[in-house]
Design a protein. Sequence first.
Length: 442
Amino acid sequence: MSQATRILSALALGLALGIGLAAWNVSIADIAIALGIRRFSAWNTSTADIGVLFLQPIGTAWLNALQMTVVPLVVALLVTGVAATAEAARAGRIAGRALGLFIVLLWFFSIMAGVLTPLLLGWFPLPAEAATALRAALSTTQPVGDIPPFSDFIASIVPTNPIAAAANNAFLPLIVFTMVFAFALTRLPAEPRQLLTNFFQAIADVMLVVIGWILWLAPLGVFALAYVVSARAGTAALGALLHYVMIVSSIGIIVWIASFPIGAIGGRVGLPRFIRATVPAQAVAISTQSSLASLPAMLRGAEGLGVPVATSGVILPLAVAIFRVTGPPMNLAVAIYVAYWFGIPLGPTQLAAGIAVAAITTLGAVSLPGQISYVTSIAPICIAMGVPIAPLGLLVAVETIPDIFRTLGNVTMDLATTVSVSARSGAVVETEADLLLRDATP
């Protein structure tokens, strides 16, 4: 059984048990009287609440274990990600143009998600009864912290003490310092630059081992969290999870759809031709949920669009490594949805902080499994926005469906940016007639 299947099964079992015991609504005293055991006849606590009493600490401990890895992992991955990006930019003009386009699209779709997700939640709200029940079930979880006024927020972006920022989970100031440190690192001579890069890569590798151990216990943690929420919220918990999947997947679908006109217009190719060229890569993306596994099909698709191999061979591997276009908007949508669950109003300052963290931390999502990148990418956004991170341990269990649209959007946009950069870099993008003529030439 795969890890994703184990986690999803634990979620289903926890939800079913919590909903069942909540509906049964029998106390320990009732059971004791029925069995003739007088010793427990005064225990009026329900069986569902007894389960909450024992399982809530387990779920909380598992979440704390995940959270303890976030700061060192995010810092290490940002440093190594910036180093890899700088090396790619030095590799040539085409790589530099591709990186510029990647950054523009990451920020554009982050802003789009910051605007569109609240609108979607307004147009398709969670039923009022379900929202109320869910907030009551999550009442023990508190927001991470208060967001300062805008003037103080701008001043606080630059930390006076980066160590204190890390200790206090002040992610935006910490990320600003890390980015400055990482770009300064790229200006060092080759030997000390490589030494420090290897040091941070080792930290990231160690944290990934630790997270691997924590995720081995994920079914137990997810089961505990799912039970606690469903025992308190009943069937509202199931409805809320389905609503969450719909909203977050919608953001991914919008990015995916947007990649088609970007590829057709930017690459100066017909829309039907671009769609045909992307179909094989999208089929692999759906079946594997991996951009890396889709790379051979993307290279063939780029060839079908007339992109020279010398160009696609540079841009597509670079895109797979550092360009996750659906990451920032969908991660931000998750944070906004959690705020919606808790009834936390999000003003321009919170949204600006979330957008910035979402767009920047995508550099740290290099080649990570879905369960790992989900927590490490979204937790900093939630913390920067003052949103609780506790629900992430539950939501990671239903990430399978949104992850399909994440990968579809990434793969299609990778091809769109490749053909767009090729068309504007002096590289020849052959028309369908050119390809037919070339194939027909002896």
